[in-house]
Ligand binder design. Structure first.
Ligand SMILES: Nc1ncnc2c1ncn2[C@@H]1O[C@H](COP(=O)(O)OP(=O)(O)OP(=O)(O)O)[C@@H](O)[C@H]1O
Ligand SMILES: [Mg+2]
Length: 273
């Protein structure tokens, strides 16, 4: 496939030389796609994104098997600045912004990083105005200290800063965590606009399958460090197991079952029901 931008092949990640967090993970993203990675707590989603962006090195973890091929180069275990220079930007689960700095200063850091960066995204480089077009809220908040932003504004700032590094691949860890549904919808719509306007590729980690699959082209479901299901977003959205596990149908309120258990249950039901 010529437009394959990212190919994670049989990747294994080990923390502190002892804890295997992901094993045999296969995942691909084609240029211009929005791809989502779903899965419950501890499945290995963050580990996978941090492996792709090189940050696992800071977490005392290593890729101990497989390859992470980005734009034709194996970048497994490359340092974060090498991955950034190649065109990969991560919006992390925590520590998204510099809290002591203003909104504008946070964005300027992204711009500086983008200038020392690469050939990354083709076409015109984004400037502050370009970011404000996607997120007009940030223009109104330009002098505000980032530590005082709401969760949604903070997420916009983190995405804006990442875009200013001119990435080809934008990785977002937990878009919706702790945010009100209306804010999540706003952010999801912005991601679609960003992809359409800039042609970049987005890999989104989410626990909210509904919102992720509504904007994604393709989805992967992870459990216990492995990919257990993947497919076109529309197909996954209609998939009975996904419906049952993530969208809560058939499960008692508050009950959190493993995807595998739901799958086995669903199989049995098909056989015996
Ligand atoms: N710094 C670390 N040291 C040791 N083990 C870790 C570390 N970070 C994560 N792990 C382990 O790796 C596994 C995968 O964790 P990871 O954070 O990647 O999952 P996740 O899918 O992002 O979960 P969540 O939805 O809770 O964010 C877990 O078993 C976790 O305990
Ligand atoms: Mg995580």
């Amino acid at each position: 496939m010529s437009d394959l931008l990212l190919s994670v092949e049989q990747v294994e990640v080990v923390y502190h030389d002892v804890v295997t967090a992901v094993q045999g993970v296969n995942l691909t993203a084609r240029a211009g796609q929005i791809v989502c990675l779903l899965g419950s707590n501890g499945a290995g989603k963050t580990t996978t994104l941090r492996a792709i962006s090189g940050f696992i090195g800071l977490d005392h973890a290593r890729v101990t098997g497989g390859r992470i091929v980005f734009a034709g180069e194996d970048i497994a275990n490359a340092a974060p600045h090498i991955c950034a220079r190649a065109g990969i930007a991560l919006v992390a689960e925590r520590d998204k912004v510099f809290e002591q700095l203003s909104v504008r200063e946070n964005l300027e850091i992204g711009m500086v990083a983008g200038k020392t960066g690469s050939q990354a995204a083709g076409g015109d480089r984004l400037d502050l105005k370009g970011i404000y077009r996607f997120f007009p809220e940030l223009e109104r908040l330009t002098g505000r200290q980032a530590g005082f932003l709401s969760g949604g504004e903070r997420q916009m700032l983190a995405i804006g800063s990442a875009l200013l590094t001119s990435p080809r691949l934008l990785l977002i860890d937990e878009l919706s965590l702790g945010l009100a549904p209306v804010v999540v919808e706003r952010l999801a719509a912005a991601l679609t606009d960003i992809r359409d306007a800039l042609g970049i590729t987005i890999l989104l980690v989410e626990q909210n399958a509904n919102i992720a699959l509504s904007i994604a082209d393709y989805g992967f479901v992870m459990e216990n460090g492995r990919i257990v299901l993947d497919g076109d977003a529309g197909r996954l959205l209609a998939h009975g197991d996904i419906q049952e596990f993530y969208l809560g149908q058939g499960a008692a309120a508050g009950e959190r079952r493993s995807y595998r258990a739901v799958k086995q249950y669903a199989r049995k039901r098909r056989w015996y029901g």
